[in-house]
Design a protein around this ligand. Structure first.
Ligand code: MSP
Length: 531
């Protein structure tokens, strides 16, 4: 059984969950659900990053203890992810002992090996990002934050450093040798370009500040005057969660999913730490681009973040599965940003879900109700009919969807499922079962057998499409399977369930149910749902 370990960034608990956090976690969820269906031993991990200075500062501003603040916001992330229907197998909080103990151990190991040493640091610090930027980056941005545009601070600190410079060569070799280690391609080239300019050692500790909560964060082993820099311990979550006898086999991770903002930490700093610890490197670090909102970058100052409340409002009006479909198939998975726009959402929703999947399912079930008393017709086994070779058509889309999942191409995976629906619509249009029905004189009429064949083929194709839609739209796909009287697969069921008239093919005589309208059409002038 293949092992698949999928991670998302762990999110800062100073913010409310928004579309960006939901998007990365959704990508992980679709991949995880597909791999489970394919029979892999899957671990999907997400969680929260809690020891950042800005979390402490925010709690203070809000007048609550940092732990209470973190509890509250970690819960907001859990709730958001439940709302979105995510199937993460674990949710890690960096304030948990299981993380803290192991992360300290990793740091200790790097101290022991000489990879971490004590030195002086003078540099340009970006307080918003909690990171130092290099002299050249600082200069290029006129000593302002490349992210927020606020002035950088010159800081001098006694710090522990990680000997990143020592890994320059090995990292470059690893990236060269493994073309899919950093994806997409454009991001890989960026990292290689930056690597070739040389690597400097990076600070991995911060002086403890006055008033810091004694057990918030992780202290440097044997030097409690320094806290481990939040980024360094946060990265350790990916390993700390599986570094147990039961879960050890999940390492190395199959894929770390994240966005371009935090690629350097994941593609360079973290792998170098792992090399230092003698651990295998993750197989893939995948950095997608950004969602923007109605054509504009989302920012605090514009106040245009698409927050979880807005996604919830979309979910109530159009269903969470419709939101999942739109985000997963139109998201910024490649190197270019994607726009979340209401007009575009409505177009996709109407074309693909209301007029596409939803309409096709109700058309087929309605005809079965009308012409076969709502029971799956007994059809002869004619594999090619109406110009369509159904077994090979469904088989090739299933294979293509699988390949697309392995290539982390959610648009293509989803649209291979959609292509089956389109083929059913086309088949209905060419074979015209509604017209044929008018000619049927009785059960012995060959036209009756043709009608049975057409409707059986439509429902069987729809069944396979619904299976491939499951990772994207778990509830709606299950509703389609229910409508046509098909069995909902167990993990590992992908092969058996997608085989045409196979073990789980539709059984003649099984009742079909008229579902509730799956996706109601939206009028073009309906205003966007309000949070
Ligand atoms: N805590 C760090 C990550 C530590 S991982 C060891 C962090 N947290 S964050 O809350 O700021 O989340 C950043 C991540 O949220 C991005 O890498 C991305 O996965 C997601 N997104 C945030 N804004 C986004 C968009 N506008 N669009 C898409 N995803 C984005 O960084």
């Amino acid at each position: 059984m293949a092992t698949t370990y999928i991670t998302t960034p762990i999110y800062y608990v100073n913010d409310r969950p928004h579309i960006g956090h939901c998007y990365t976690t959704l990508v992980a969820d679709v991949l995880a659900r597909f791999h489970r269906l394919a029979g892999d031993d899957v671990l999907m991990l997400t969680g929260t990053d809690e020891h950042a200075e800005k979390v402490i500062d925010r709690a203070r501003e809000a007048g609550v203890g940092v732990r209470e603040w973190a509890d509250r916001n970690a819960q907001a992330f859990r709730d958001a992810f439940t709302l979105m229907g995510f199937s993460n197998d674990d949710f890690v909080r960096t304030s948990e002992d299981r993380h803290k103990t192991r992360a300290s151990r990793y740091i200790q190991q790097l101290v022991d090996s000489g990879d971490i040493y004590l030195g002086d640091y003078v540099g340009w610090y970006d307080p918003g990002q909690e990171e130092y930027v290099t002299e050249s980056v600082a200069k290029a941005h006129d000593y302002k934050s490349p992210v927020s545009g606020k002035p950088l601070e010159k800081r001098t600190e006694k710090n522990y450093f990680f000997r990143l410079s020592a890994y320059e060569q090995r990292l470059a070799e690893h990236i060269e040798k493994h073309p899919t280690f950093i994806r997409p391609e454009a991001r890989r080239n960026e990292v290689l370009g930056r690597l070739r300019q040389g690597l400097q050692d990076v600070p991995v500790s911060r002086a403890v500040r006055d008033g810091d909560d004694a057990d918030w964060g992780i202290r440097m082993p044997n030097d409690p005057g320094h806290r481990v820099y939040v980024w360094i311990e946060a990265l350790c979550n990916y390993l700390s969660v599986v570094d147990t006898p039961e879960r050890g086999h999940y390492w190395p991770a199959s894929i770390h999913l994240l966005a371009k903002d935090i690629l350097w930490f994941h593609a360079v700093v973290w792998p170098a730490m792992l090399l230092g610890m003698g651990r295998p490197l993750p197989r893939c670090v995948y950095a997608h681009a950004y969602f923007v909102a109605e054509g504009r970058k989302m920012s605090k100052s514009l106040g245009n973040f698409i927050e979880i409340d807005q996604l919830r409002a979309y979910g109530s009006r159009f269903s969470i599965d419709a939101v999942r479909w739109y985000l997963a198939t139109r998201g910024p998975l490649g190197a270019t940003d994607a726009d979340f726009s209401y007009a575009n959402f409505v177009d996709i929703y109407n074309a693909e879900l209301a007029n596409g999947l939803g309409n096709c399912a109700s058309r087929v079930v309605n005809m079965v109700q009308k012409y076969f008393e709502g029971v799956t017709p007994n059809a002869r086994d004619a594999t090619v009919h109406g110009g369509v070779d159904w077994p090979s058509l469904t088989e090739s889309h299933t294979r293509a969807a699988r390949e697309a999942i392995n290539a982390v191409d959610l648009f293509s995976a989803g649209h291979n499922a959609m292509a089956i629906v389109t083929a059913v619509d086309g088949y209905i249009n060419t074979t015209e079962p509604f017209r044929l029905a008018k000619r049927v004189t009785g059960p012995d009429d060959p036209a009756h057998a043709d009608l049975a064949l057409i409707l059986y083929n439509c429902a069987e194709a729809l069944r396979i499409a619904a299976l491939l839609f499951l990772p994207f739209m778990p509830a709606k796909s299950a509703a389609v399977l229910d409508m046509i009287g098909a069995i909902i697969p167990e993990p590992g069921g992908l092969d058996d369930h997608t085989s045409w008239r196979g073990k789980f093919g539709l059984k003649p005589g099984t009742p079909m149910q008229k579902g509730q309208g799956l996706f109601m059409r939206v009028e073009a002038d309906e205003p966007a749902p309000k949070a």
